[in-house]
Ligand binder design. Sequence first.
Ligand code: NG6
Ligand code: CA
Length: 517
Amino acid sequence: MNRTYLSLSLVFALVLTLFSSCGTSTTKETKKETKPNVVVIYLDDLGYGDLSAYGATEIQTPNIDAIANGGVKFTNGYASSATCTPSRYALLTGTYPWRNKDARILPGTAPLLIKTDQFTFPKMMKEHGYQTAVVGKWHLGLGTGVVNWNEHVTPGPNEVGFDEAYIMAATQDRVPTVYIDNGNVVGLDPNDPIEVDYKNNFEGQPTGKDNPELCEMMWHHGHNSTIINGIPRIGFMKGGEKARWNDVDMADHFLAKAQDYVKNHKDAPFFLYYAMQQPHVPRTPHPRFVGKSGMGPRGDVILEADWVIGEFMKTLEEEGILENTLVVFSSDNGPVLNDGYNDDAVELLGNHKPTGPLKGGKYSLFEAGTRVPLMTYWKGTIKPQVSDALVCQMDLMTSIGAMLGSDKTYSDSKNVLDAFLGTSVKGRESLVIEANTKTAFRKGDWILIPPYKGKPVNTQVNIEMGISTDFMLFNLKEDIGQENNLAKAQPEKLEEMLAEFTAIRGEYGNTKKLELR
Ligand code: NG6
Ligand code: CA
């Protein structure tokens, strides 16, 4: 009896060994594939409901849908913040933006927000042997305080982990309106130096405020300083006439840079952060897309972005690296219609719902501020599925590190690699979201929004901000539209959430003085 048992276990052990060595050799053979190229495609102000893959019926986004439907489409994917700079800060550092008091919407003259000695997502990729690049919108500050745009601009992306950087400094609506190639303004004529000022105008220069007759696009709020290409901007700029970008070509321009980058680096692992400008204001579709959505420029630039992404994905395929590239798609914050220009975004919206079923929008603590389209795509490796796992863009750093063999947890970034690869439905336990330094706490199906001072509705952009003098508690599974505040009905849940929130967040704005009621 004993002997039979012994020999049976020997056979079993042998089989196991065979299997595991078989497993080892497979791992070895596929070693190359565990270092896929990583591309993060990041849109600007694209809403949870802006894609047909996420339920939009009035607009069709077939190329982005192909990513969503061919990979993991997250229904609980979050940006860290309801505005751009903080979300980008979190994506690139793995750190909650509310830990850094300067992580707010930055002017084009702001100093570099990420410290040059701070560990970053691209630095981590470099440690794993990746070539790294950023193409597109930066908006994380440049230089150390006073930038001379006519000299090499540094520190910038090259100093925080990107081997290559072809960027715009801030946003499309902010000066300077020039491209910057590894710290140098593209097309700069030394005889026509660039000057930028966010406080004072340069003598004799027309502005949107004083010269509306020179504006081809009219400002609604803000955006009334220097007029460039007929579009009044935020901030004053003088000179650099030849270096100024052409707004309608911007999408094609960045696409060509991203495609060149892929072609030039396809033979070794690369990390590309491709930060597109759509559908942020000013919305300037190329003439090929004008009128195509029937929704005015906002819809047209979403169609443009979809086309760009299709072209980009084609390049990955043509270069033979589609099956060796992990593509992540997301948006830095939720949608807004009128963000400061009269561009018919409101008037021509029709039945389209940029927020989908969510409440709020850009700038808001309600869901539409931070819950955004998020998907991971890796042809041949990731199985198509919809995932309800709670994940945040900030988690990419630790998760991709884990994919590359690291066991480190970087700052607030969690390892949710299995969720990103679609091999698990488990995401992070909880998440603190941020909107203009105010924070809220998501855990499981619940979200707690503490009381804050401030206006409940931002009337300029017509968005409900998620601000109330009372605690708000919603069960998002049952009430995705956040209509039913359960704070009073569920005091125990409220208390539990508040305790966990406070443990992570510590002090959270003016709520620390308010008693739990
Ligand atoms: C706001 C701008 C808005 C947009 C935003 C930044 C005004 C009145 N509004 O200050 O148009 O530029 O900043 O957007 O100037 S973000 O997506 O980059 O965070
Ligand atoms: Ca944005």
